[in-house]
Ligand binder design. Structure first.
Ligand code: AVI
Length: 333
């Protein structure tokens, strides 16, 4: 892919900005190859979870968010509907809204409604197509919203467009995506977001809470098999993009709760002794051998607030549902 292949069609009056993470976008296939070959050369074997989200994987994730067993999206949306006004009252307004990653736009739309006047909305995402879809969806619902998408890896973004400096800023990081980062990565992300958003900024983060494994396991191993398809799509993606010869029927999805670490761990398990070829390299997978594909960390409100404090943020308030499944946590610099 070349730079000219990237085209982001935006609502009227909007512009797309590229920051220094743009080359990462162009190198995504090489990145995948390097990550797979390196991940298969170590034990336990692994594929980083950021590679879930090709077009097929993004579509499967959208389906996951609508599953009965997958409570996070549903509960977070209800929290925004219920407490949006209270959240808006808890920060000085108006604020430019800076979103880390762009989802379907629905949760963002609820937050924008609650905030009232939003001088500009800056979604940051490495995937130009997701940015485009979300920007289009939001501009249809918020006619006067000025949308300034930033095509970048939001874990590495170092500067916001100049217009962001004219107002206070509110960061938004929904879906408990922060749970897919390890503790040190999450701390580094929060510290980086503090530098990016700057003095007097606020940050609203969706954080999944610790709970009984009887709720967590089905959320990551649904009856319809959508999460299994989402996980195994990594092997299908290796076949598609790296000329792999994985037989998907000889691997299975596994989701376990590591209670000591407080996180869901997702694996692909080999169902037989087998050889697989990827990019001219042969890899032997023993029966029952696992490829680690994702961690999804769960926090108590107090644990997350301690993590936020260690990254320089002051916790303001946390909103949770009656069953204590999920939280929206407001932080301030
Ligand atoms: C995107 N992320 C917050 C999801 C999660 O719950 O950790 C990814 C996911 N993996 C399996 N199901 C959903």
């Amino acid at each position: 892919m070349t730079d000219s292949d990237i085209s982001v069609e935006l609502p009227n009056g909007s512009e797309a900005l590229f920051d220094d993470a743009r080359p990462t976008f162009n190198r995504s296939r090489d990145d995948f190859e390097a990550a797979v070959l390196a991940g298969f050369a170590r034990w336990p074997r692994r594929i980083p979870c950021r590679f879930f989200y090709d077009a097929v994987g993004s579509d499967l994730f959208e389906q996951i968010t609508q599953l009965e067993e997958y409570y996070p999206t549903r509960v977070e949306t209800t929290l925004l509907e219920t407490y949006g006004a209270e959240i808006a009252q808890s920060v000085e307004l108006p604020r430019v809204l800076v979103e880390f990653g762009s989802g379907s736009g629905r949760k963002t739309s609820l937050l924008i409604d609650a905030l009232g006047e939003v001088p500009a909305y800056i979604p940051i995402d490495i995937a130009a197509e997701s940015l485009q879809a979300a920007a289009r969806w939001l501009s249809a619902r918020h006619a006067n919203l000025s949308i300034v998408p930033l095509i970048a890896d939001f874990t590495k973004t170092r500067a916001l467009p100049k217009l962001a400096k004219r107002h206070l800023r509110l960061g938004f990081f929904s879906g408990s995506t922060i749970g897919n980062l390890g503790h040190e990565e999450a701390r580094a992300f929060l510290a980086g977001a503090a530098r990016l958003l700057g003095k007097d900024s606020a940050f609203l983060i969706g954080v999944d809470l610790k709970k009984d494994a009887s709720i967590l396991i089905p959320a990551y191993n649904d009856k319809a098999g959508v999460t299994a398809a989402f996980n195994l799509n990594l092997l299908a993606r290796i076949n598609r993009e790296l000329g792999g010869d994985f037989d998907l029927s000889r691997f299975a999805h596994e989701a376990v709760y590591n209670a000591r670490a407080g996180r869901m761990e997702i694996y692909i398990v080999s169902l037989a002794d087998q050889m697989v070829r990827v990019k001219g390299h042969g890899f032997f997978f023993a029966k029952d051998e696992r490829i680690h594909t994702e961690n999804s960390q769960k926090y108590t409100v107090a644990e997350f607030q301690a993590l936020a404090r260690s990254a320089g943020w002051g916790p303001v308030k946390a909103w949770t549902d009656p069953a204590n499944l999920f939280s929206l946590q407001l932080l301030q610099l």
